[in-house]
Design a protein around this ligand. Sequence first.
Ligand code: BGC
Length: 394
Amino acid sequence: MNNRIVIFSAILLAACGNNPSSRTVTDTAGARTVTAVSLLPDPDNFLDTADGQATGLYFLHNGNLTAAITNYGARLVSLIVPDKNGTPTDVVLGYDSIGKYLHRPDTYFGAIVGRYGNRIGHARFKLNGKEYTLYKNNGPNTLHGGKKGFDAVVWNARKLDTTTLRLTYISKDGEEGYPGNLQVTVTYLLDSNGLRINYEATTDKPTVLNLTNHSYFNLNGQGTGTIGNHTLQLNANYYTPVDSTLIPTGKIESVTGTPFDFTKPTAIGARINDSANRQIKFGHGYDHNFVLNTVKLGPPEGYEEHGPAAIATGDLSGIVMSVYTDQPGIQFYSGNFLNGTNPLKGGKTDGYRTAFCLETQHFPNSPNEPSFPSTVLKPGEKYSTWTYFKFSTK
Ligand code: BGC
């Protein structure tokens, strides 16, 4: 539970080689973390209230990996992994205080997005013959849960141990226009190789649900410039083309011969400005859902055996991130709307295409597209999905 008493003792312990110095620091749950904490934000800067509920910052630690998570939006604030030289590197964009998150929730930095990740066309859908009207926060469409999605609410946080944080949120019947009282649990679990996110939910009325994590990655380190030279490989032979408002047309098209072919490792920037391609134009770069090949391969338990959905590599750091998931799609967004207005941790700033998102999820607009895998959750069913971000170097 939120422990409001936070001791922040900045004892410099060591500065070894290029490694950022370590100091002891205590997070909101009262747990101690000593590795690479000079890269971590001060937990004191996350003590506040939003909607009358306490916010805080929680650290997870395992081997060489450290994560920081705030219960505001269940957001991943920092994810520190070693680069090819062993230097701790923070690979996600984030802010160093709760005030900045409250001021700019709409960047979705590190957030858990819900009830519906990405867009629902014309901000409405029908379920069991009844039409539900949602909030238009993206042209004619609704995006990432509406006016105040799961990214902008305070979750109840409970640290289970030094590697595990469990966050829960109850979304009331009718919240943001969606039916059903929904009980959501998101668990962040750091092992010695990566970060696993488990999503669980139940409802008391039929509803639609599509949860994801909206971290912006720069594997050379947040705030270090373009991601154009990162390489990306996606285990996806098909993608879902969109209209000019970024709603899928309903077609599933082959990536072969298009800038969407990432079936072999390819620089993100290599074809991103291919203005002859209408889809690239609509997305202002990449902002598309890829249909994962793994979706045809059977029960969720076996997904890791079928290989990663995505592999991204930082050209300067040598950090390799492999993304595993049981979800049918991945939204690859190349940071086309980042514009240098967001003050990042450590005095850095963001910038055009200086980070990318790999949002594992169901396809956008599925509630209105019967041919896409269903996002309906019924009473008595348990929503249970997972994604694992695994790190190595080369
Ligand atoms: C969307 C983008 C949007 C970004 C930030 C992505 O998931 O597809 O269009 O700009 O999130 O909201």
